[in-house]
Design a protein around this ligand. Structure first.
Ligand code: PLP
Length: 357
């Protein structure tokens, strides 16, 4: 087939999210707290001070300082780079390591589906190591695959989406240590719900890069703000594949205002963790239902062969969850995001109703 574009894009689908749109959106790991409504006056006061006719704004420097303080562990402005969501950071990291046609990234599977989407977009190949049934994996097998000369990036999602588990810290450290010549990316999109981070390890490992998001703990999915943390040298190299005025001043102002209200969002995170643990307990007691422990803002579960019917049943009840069953280890699994108590109750009620009918 003739194409005006890269030939390897011919069979690729555009990046689209296909989820049911329902009143109770429990399918995209969003937050039910709208930051704009919650801190509207502060956003508006900040907006009054910015000049959108200018490329540059003092907000950028302020944001660097506030974000560095939030990350802690000795992080400075030179350790940070932000963009339009964690996805955007992943995309640019993939772009920056794509050495040649055979270059590949290594990821676990099941893991975040869009690693593949974005690798393919930039022409980076991707290989996978499948998780064991209990969602653990072998360090030895991972290192065997990652040691291939064409492997340019080792990705680890911690906590992992969509399985919800954390990998042992020592296991991930062992991997970072064993691959001094490869970039190791730990995706910490859900870190706040797990309270586990590798930010304190960055000084020891020059090959380590972390990505984080404002979409989950900071309730800003529509805002589109995410960031990478790494050594100043890595950040400098990564900047080379970004356009000059990459992230809108508006995004930066909103991100800054969110960071000025960290306690509000931390309170929300704690509430979600409480709701998650309660829901996990409740779901664990239901006959015919298997739910997996989670260190995130979602729960992954299955009712076995009847799962596709449950998915439809929830949809009919105006509840959207995510079907994650396409990945072999998660056959017949659904993923539900913890939402406001009303949504969570409706979900649990519908689940019970389905299983008793
Ligand atoms: C593991 C993981 N990484 C990255 C992202 C992308 O986050 P963002 O909304 O900041 O682009 C998500 C979103 O769900 C995710 O689950």
């Amino acid at each position: 087939m003739k194409t005006l574009f890269r030939t390897d894009l011919i069979d690729k689908e555009p990046s689209l999210v296909s989820v049911p749109i329902r009143k109770r959106m429990m399918c995209l790991n969003e937050s039910c707290l709208d930051p704009y409504q919650a801190i509207k006056e502060q956003f508006q006061a900040r907006l009054a001070d910015i000049r959108l006719n200018r490329y540059l704004s003092p907000v950028t420097q302020e944001l660097h300082h506030k974000l560095a303080a939030y990350v802690g562990c000795g992080t400075a402005a030179e350790n940070l780079l932000w963009g339009n969501g964690a996805d955007d950071m992943l995309y640019h990291i993939f772009l920056s390591v794509r050495e040649h046609d055979q270059a590949f990234a290594l990821s676990l599977t099941p893991s975040y589906f869009d690693y593949k989407t974005f690798c393919e977009a930039v022409g980076l190949k991707i290989r996978f190591l499948e998780l064991n049934e209990d969602f653990s994996f072998s360090t030895e097998e991972y290192l065997k695959l990652a040691s291939h000369p064409d492997c340019r990036l080792a990705i680890l999602c911690n906590p992992n989406n969509p399985t919800g588990n954390l990998f042992p810290k020592e296991q991930l450290r062992q991997i970072v240590e064993a691959l001094p010549d490869k970039l190791v990316l730990i995706d910490e999109t859900y870190y706040e719900f797990s309270d586990t981070t590798f930010a304190g390890d960055l000084a020891s490992y020059p090959n380590l890069i972390l990505t984080r998001s404002f979409s989950k703990a900071f309730s800003g999915a529509g805002l589109r703000f995410g960031y990478a943390i790494s050594s100043p040298d890595n950040i400098y190299s990564l900047k080379k594949v970004f356009t000059t005025f990459h992230t809108s001043i508006l995004n930066q102002v909103f991100a800054l205002t969110i960071l000025e209200n960290v306690p509000l969002f931390c309170g929300q995170v704690l509430e979600v963790m409480r709701l998650r643990d309660d829901m996990y307990e409740q779901m664990s007691r239901v006959d015919g239902l298997k739910v997996y422990p989670s260190h995130t803002n979602f729960l992954t579960f299955t009712v076995g062969e009847r799962t596709p019917q449950l998915f439809e049943y929830l949809k009919e009840r105006d509840i959207a969850v995510r079907d994650v069953g396409a990945q072999r280890r998660l056959k017949n699994c659904l993923r539900a995001t913890l939402s406001c108590p009303d949504d969570n109750e409706a979900f649990f009620f519908a689940l019970n109703d389905f299983l008793t009918n």
